[in-house]
Ligand binder design. Structure first.
Ligand SMILES: Cc1cc2nc3c(=O)[nH]c(=O)nc-3n(C[C@H](O)[C@H](O)[C@H](O)COP(=O)(O)OP(=O)(O)OC[C@H]3O[C@@H](n4cnc5c(N)ncnc54)[C@H](O)[C@@H]3O)c2cc1C
Ligand code: FES
Length: 347
């Protein structure tokens, strides 16, 4: 895994709880990425290493800088560290860009219509995708459906307005505000959440859905609502792509998982760690201060891959597409012990 160091060039306050961190591209070897991908930041906070992915809000070839946009999570270690402590001139260690929530190789052509569904900080990769798709006329038309509490908490509302003015013929936006007051002068502002009924109302206005390709990023409820309605409307899985910021597991999946001691071998050293029911092997290893590699923690990037030498593990993940792995390989962020004598070796 390639790693770089980047210098913070600017920090922009987007809303009360959200900042954009603008990194300078390295002078010699520019970092290449696709719109919709994410950058993984590595911090040392209180003597512990924390690794977190953040989607690019910039778009390659359009923005000269590498931008990420971070919303505070209540009690969150890294998001609050970024918002409170990071400053211009700081150097941050990052991993190479990753992720497949991109426009490339998705069967999109000049006849396609893109519909982007997002809420809250889920707008970050969607803005990157929108900028790139509009600039390159990647598709025939682009619609953004964007949910927020109100105007003041809507990240990038200024940039979205500018894009609408610049690409008036190609770009339409539906804003859903839970606190909005309905005003006939703003027909594209709808009061309420993006839920199955409102999804259907938007789709009806979009007309024929045959050539539509959908990108979803937001809380689990939004993803479920949109997917359910799209499936009912006959949109196949090859036309729907989603990005998860946080893994949501079903408590039922943990029924045969109990607290066990697991042996983790790293750099020739064997560590016996207690994996408490509900914690993944990755979380238990990190709590035991083992320097494990990881990034997304949602079962997507494969950085946390380990090789099972003995015992049995259960994989619990919410992403539909499973990265290709050998039979004895497991993603430790989504792996839970179900037998005794588990031995895993990691790089
Ligand atoms: C592929 C990917 C892209 C991402 N892109 C962005 C982005 O563009 N902008 C952005 O702000 N975040 C993004 N995230 C989320 C980000 O990586 C962190 O998970 C988030 O900032 C919380 O980290 P933390 O250290 O502050 O919280 P932690 O200390 O890890 O967690 C504190 C508590 O908050 C809960 N929690 C963790 N993450 C979230 C979350 N996202 N929402 C609600 N509760 C949470 C935890 O379960 C825990 O209870 C992305 C995540 C992934 C996997
Ligand atoms: S950390 Fe990305 S798959 Fe486990």
């Amino acid at each position: 895994m390639l790693q770089y160091t980047l210098k913070v060039a600017e920090i922009r306050q987007e809303t009360q709880d959200t900042v954009t961190v603008v990194f300078k591209q390295p002078a010699l070897k520019k970092i290449k990425y696709h719109s919709g991908q994410y950058l993984t930041l590595i911090f040392r906070i209180n003597n512990r290493r924390y690794i977190r992915p953040y989607s690019f809000s910039s778009a390659p070839g359009i923005d000269n800088t590498l931008n990420i946009t971070v919303k505070r999570v209540p009690g969150g270690v890294v998001s609050n560290h970024i918002a409170d402590c990071l400053k211009v001139g700081d150097i941050v260690e990052v991993m190479e860009p990753m992720g497949d929530f991109t426009l490339e190789n998705k069967g999109i052509n000049g006849n396609s219509r893109l519909i982007l569904w997002g809420a809250g900080s889920g707008i970050t990769p969607l803005l990157s995708l929108a900028k790139f798709a509009l600039h390159h006329q990647f598709a025939r038309h682009l619609t953004l459906v964007y949910g927020n509490r109100g105007h003041e908490s809507a990240i990038f509302s200024g940039q979205i307005n500018e894009l609408q003015k610049q690409y008036a013929e190609y770009f339409s936006v539906w804003h859903f505000h839970t606190k909005a007051i309905v005003d006939a002068a703003y027909p594209y502002l709808i009061q309420g959440r993006i839920n199955p009924q409102t999804v259907l109302s938007v789709l009806k206005k979009e007309g024929d859905l045959g050539n539509t390709v959908h990108y979803i990023c937001g809380p689990a409820g939004l993803k479920e609502s949109v997917k359910k309605v799209l499936e009912e409307e006959g949109i196949g899985p090859k036309q729907i792509f989603s990005e998860e910021f946080k893994r949501v597991a079903n408590p039922k999946d943990f029924e045969n998982v109990i607290t066990r001691t697991v042996s983790l071998i790293k750099g020739g050293k064997e560590h016996a760690i207690e994996v408490i029911k509900g914690k993944s092997i990755l979380e238990a290893g990190l709590d035991a201060m083992i320097d494990l590699s990881y990034s997304c923690q949602t079962g997507n990037c494969t950085v946390c891959k380990g090789k099972l030498l003995s015992g049995q593990l259960k994989s619990i993940r919410s992403q539909e597409t499973m990265p290709s792995l050998n039979k004895d390989e497991y993603l430790l962020c989504c792996s839970y012990p179900v037998t005794e004598n588990i031995q895993i070796i990691v790089d």
